[in-house]
Design a protein around this ligand. Structure first.
Ligand SMILES: Cc1cc2nc3c(=O)[nH]c(=O)nc-3n(C[C@H](O)[C@H](O)[C@H](O)COP(=O)(O)OP(=O)(O)OC[C@H]3O[C@@H](n4cnc5c(N)ncnc54)[C@H](O)[C@@H]3O)c2cc1C
Length: 310
């Protein structure tokens, strides 16, 4: 039986939350739609009720407030580059945003949507008949992980490129739900479970991203991909040093959640690389082999550390 699907455009936060709470798990908010619509048409996403939040004014705009920059979740990746504050204080975010998709995608894709885009795996991001032919994996209601040859855990890769950059700069996110408003460190949005990689449910709205201003960040950003444009990550590294000599290393694309390592400027770099290799559970679920991606962790981090010190 074909199930009814609905599309609702909302204009206020209250309306959005009201619509979402009425549909429980089978609804999703649409921002740019560049991630979820692809997943929907490939049959990876079985959402029945779409709530278009693009007209909600409170989710737009970029503002300075005290020592923070507040970026509305609906800001497009392209818009970010027009903000003078972001150009001056957070060029790392611009570099990361620029590495996403293509110019056309960046004009539609939002920062909130990028932070919440779905994890990926070569055994999951395939057509329905392909997934059926190999015998569905854990992420699409199968019984085992095909990439690992039968493990009972899903290792889909964390795909967002802006999130590692934002986390390395200690970003926080403001979340809204029927239970109220809360501010959490961005890294707490991610569960580490490849099947359900976010810690929030589909009826929670990501309202804004906050970044601490005047940190004088030194940074390095690297992304491994098959070609220089229109390609998802196989490994993203963001390394950031603040004015108080706090070093934060964040890796994306090699584990179901971003890997975060906090250190000090003078810490032994070889030990930090070893920690990164230990934490990143890369498996054979990417166009690049596991061993190559692990080797590239070492190469990228070594280059990032050098870059920061020059
Ligand atoms: C060809 C192609 C290449 C791509 N390359 C990259 C790449 O290199 N790097 C990369 O990171 N991504 C890439 N993407 C994925 C996608 O384009 C980006 O992640 C984009 O930033 C998603 O933003 P969006 O606004 O379109 O999100 P949507 O598709 O609208 O939403 C994504 C998810 O976030 C949720 N969501 C969105 N906004 C909110 C909100 N405010 N509150 C609560 N939930 C919300 C949606 O419900 C959905 O689950 C690519 C996509 C395509 C089609």
């Amino acid at each position: 039986m074909v199930q009814e699907q609905t599309y609702t455009r909302v204009f206020t936060l209250e309306e959005a939350m009201h619509q979402a709470s009425g549909h429980s798990t089978k609804c999703r908010f649409i921002a740019g739609g560049t991630d979820m619509m692809v997943n929907k048409f490939q049959g990876n996403d079985t959402t029945l009720h779409f709530i278009d939040i693009t007209r909600i004014k409170e989710l737009k705009g970029i503002y300075v407030e005290n020592n923070y920059l507040r970026i509305g979740a609906l800001s497009t990746l392209d818009e970010l580059k027009h903000s003078e504050v972001i150009q001056k204080e957070f060029p790392l975010l611009l570099e990361a945003a620029h590495s996403v998709g293509s110019p056309l995608i960046r004009r539609t894709a939002t920062l909130g949507g990028n932070i919440l885009c779905e994890n990926r795996c070569i055994y999951f991001n395939q057509s329905e008949w392909w997934r059926e032919a190999v015998g569905y994996c854990l992420k699409c209601s199968g019984n085992v992980c095909i990439a690992t040859g039968g493990k009972k855990a899903c290792f889909s890769e964390f795909a967002s490129d802006t999130a590692p950059a934002l986390i390395s700069m200690h970003a926080q996110v403001k979340l809204l739900s029927t239970e109220g408003e809360r501010l959490i460190p961005l890294e707490d949005l991610y569960s580490g479970d490849g099947v359900k990689p976010k810690t929030i449910d589909n009826s929670t709205i990501l309202a804004e991203i906050r970044l601490p201003l005047y940190q004088n960040f030194k940074y390095a950003f690297k992304k491994l991909r098959l070609r220089e444009s229109l390609e998802f990550t196989s490994l993203t590294t963001a390394v950031c040093l603040n004015d108080h000599d706090r070093l934060r290393i964040v890796l994306g694309g090699i584990d179901p959640k971003p890997i975060v390592i906090d250190a000090k400027r003078d810490d032994d770099k070889e030990e930090l690389i070893k920690t990164a290799l230990k934490k990143g559970r890369a498996v054979e679920n990417d166009m690049f082999s596991r061993s190559y991606r692990r080797e590239m962790i070492r190469v990228f981090l070594t280059n990032c550390f050098k870059h920061i010190e020059t």
